[in-house]
Structures are given as structure tokens and as C-alpha cells.
Design a protein around this ligand. Structure first.
Ligand code: NDP
Length: 286
């Protein structure tokens, strides 16, 4: 039987633990964690993501400072806003919702955030620390996957891990976390040949391609752990992952369902990082 890894339940538990930490921080140091959210334009999916983040923050006791900017905002204005928040000691985290409108260079914007306030963990300095096994801030989706492994007592140590996808937000940082956890890692992508041969030998397969239901039961070995990061909307409106859940069922030992697996963990990890940054700000003051 395949065990479904319940990201909803775990994320709830983590958010409750964070709420307690936030209460304690306020009592002991008078500090309320503050997260700046910057969104440019009216992208419908981004609006939903931002709203979910705001709601999660509110429940935990994190204050959000929202900057909903019009589509035609100039890059310079966004950069100046970020520089101001970088300098403000009352702000612990800065998040820029991606994608940005085409006239704005995403790299310039994400790189302008002070690494110490980079809650998404996308800054090259933070990515460098991660690859050197001395992380400061981690990309939230891979971090959430590591929390799921911990919760279900699955150790990546000495396991053969195949990660399908090499994006900066999922595949690459996931590979670094797995190397840091003593796994033997293979990263596959759209130019990889004989992908199925690789995945059939993997103890753990992590799929983050955006290709609906591409990984099937035939692609994995018995009792493999399968992590499905994908979130794809089919023409009929159904949300599916990159894994064909029906054909994997009974072959994999563990699987993250879509929805309800990796997705909820991403927001929980974002919140965790804001709280950690706020806690660190107290230690740095001493
Ligand atoms: P990107 O499009 O940035 O990267 C996709 C990667 O998959 C690329 O490296 C690409 O290869 C590779 N790829 C695409 N098709 C194939 C294929 N047929 N075989 C092998 N590799 C392939 O996507 P993201 O990493 O941003 O996201 C991936 C998925 O995860 C999406 O469905 C996204 O919605 C979801 N996601 C979910 C999150 C969550 O919280 N649950 C968070 C972030 C993403 P190449 O580099 O050669 O182009």
C-alpha cells in the first residue's frame, strides 16, 4: 500500500508551532515578525498565492506590509522600495511575488533584496551558502519536502535520489539539500536521455517539471518514495501533479498527493523563515 504524505496536516502542525514561537517572541523581546510583500500587476494566480500567504501570516501572528503596485510600475521604483525595506530594522523578510511584468528584470529585483531578509532563499548569496552546506535561507518548496521526509522518518542518507527538473526554485536547491543529507543525487531535465532507466533505479524520485502525470508506475521501482511537486491545471479544470497517481499507487511506498502534499508545505516554510529571521534579529542585537 502506498502511504500518502499529508502535507496539509504537517503544515497545520508547523504553523501552530510557529504561532506559539511568535507569541513568545513578542512577550520576551517585544518583536512582531514583519514580512513585506511586493506584487506588481494583476496576475490572477499570483493574487491567489499572495492572499494565501497573507492569510497564513495573519493566523500565525506575522504582520504583512503589502505593496500591491500597478502593472506599469518602473523597475527603479521597485528597487528603491526594496532598498528602503532593506534598511528598516523592523522588517524581517521581503518577498517579491513572481512573475513580474515583462518590462522588469526579475534578477535585478530578487538580487536587490538583502540576503538576510530574503525569505524565498532565491538570492545567489543564499544559494551559495546552501550549496556549501551552510544555509541561511532556503527555497521554501525544497525545504518543505525535507520536512516531509523528517515527519515520515525517511532518511535520504545513502539513497539514490533522482530529481527531475533543474529550476532555480525547485530542482537545483533540492539537489543541494539532498547532497547535504548524504544522498547520491542525479538531476534530470528535458535533455536527459533514457529517463525511465534512471528513475527505475532510484530509491527516491522527486518530480518538478510542470508536465502533467509524466511519471508513471512503470518508471519507478517497487517501494520507491515519490515526491510530486507539480501543479498542473488540466483543460477540464482538475488539478494534477507531474505524477500519474493511479498507476503509482501500490508500487511506491510513499507519495505526496496533489493537491495536499508539497503545496501546503511551501507556505508553511515561508512562514517559518520569517519567524526565524525575526528571532535572529533579537540574537544579533545582543
Ligand atoms: P520550470 O519550468 O522552471 O522547470 C521545469 C524543469 O523540468 C526544467 O528543468 C525542465 O528541463 C524540466 N522538464 C520539463 N519537461 C521535462 C521532461 N519531459 N522530462 C524531463 N525534464 C523535464 O518549473 P518549476 O521548477 O518552477 O516548477 C515545476 C513544477 O512544480 C510546476 O508544475 C510548478 O507549478 C510546480 N511548483 C509547485 C510548487 C509547490 O509549492 N507545490 C512550487 C514551485 C513549483 P530544462 O531545464 O531542460 O528545460
Amino acid at each position: 500500500m502506498t502511504v500518502l504524505m499529508d502535507g496539509r496536516k504537517l503544515s497545520k502542525k508547523i504553523k501552530e508551532q510557529l504561532r506559539v514561537r511568535v507569541e513568545k517572541l513578542e512577550k520576551s523581546a517585544g518583536i512582531v515578525p514583519r514580512l513585506v510583500v511586493i506584487m506588481v500587476g494583476q496576475d490572477a494566480a499570483s493574487q491567489i498565492y499572495v492572499r494565501n500567504k497573507q492569510q497564513a501570516a495573519k493566523k500565525i501572528g506575522i504582520q504583512t506590509i503589502d505593496n500591491m503596485l500597478p502593472e506599469d510600475t518602473k523597475e527603479e521604483e521597485i528597487l528603491n522600495l526594496i532598498y528602503e525595506y532593506n534598511e528598516d530594522p523592523n522588517i524581517h523578510g521581503i518577498l517579491v511575488q513572481l512573475p513580474l511584468p515583462a518590462h522588469i528584470n526579475e534578477e535585478n529585483v530578487t538580487h536587490a533584496i538583502l540576503p538576510a531578509k530574503d525569505v524565498d532563499g532565491f538570492h545567489p548569496v543564499n544559494m551559495g551558502h546552501l550549496f556549501m552546506n551552510a544555509p541561511h535561507s532556503l527555497p521554501c518548496t525544497p525545504r518543505g519536502i525535507m520536512e516531509l521526509f523528517k515527519e515520515y522518518e525517511i532518511s535520504p542518507k545513502s539513497k539514490n535520489v533522482v530529481i527531475i527538473g533543474r529550476s532555480n526554485i525547485v530542482g537545483r536547491p533540492m539537489a543541494a539539500l539532498m547532497i547535504n543529507a548524504d544522498a547520491t543525487v542525479t538531476i534530470a531535465h528535458s535533455k536527459t536521455l533514457n529517463l525511465s532507466k534512471l528513475t527505475q533505479q532510484a530509491d527516491i524520485v522527486i518530480v518538478a517539471t510542470g508536465q502533467p502525470q509524466m511519471l508513471t508506475g512503470e518508471d519507478i521501482k517497487k517501494d520507491a518514495v515519490v515526491i510530486d511537486v507539480g501543479m498542473n491545471r488540466l483543460p477540464n479544470g482538475k488539478l494534477v501533479g507531474d505524477v500519474d497517481q493511479a498507476s503509482i499507487d501500490g508500487i511506491a511506498s510513499y507519495l505526496t498527493p496533489v493537491p495536499g502534499g508539497v503545496g501546503p508545505m511551501t507556505i508553511a516554510m515561508l512562514m517559518k523563515q520569517v519567524v526565524e529571521f525575526a528571532e535572529r534579529s533579537v540574537k544579533n542585537d545582543c
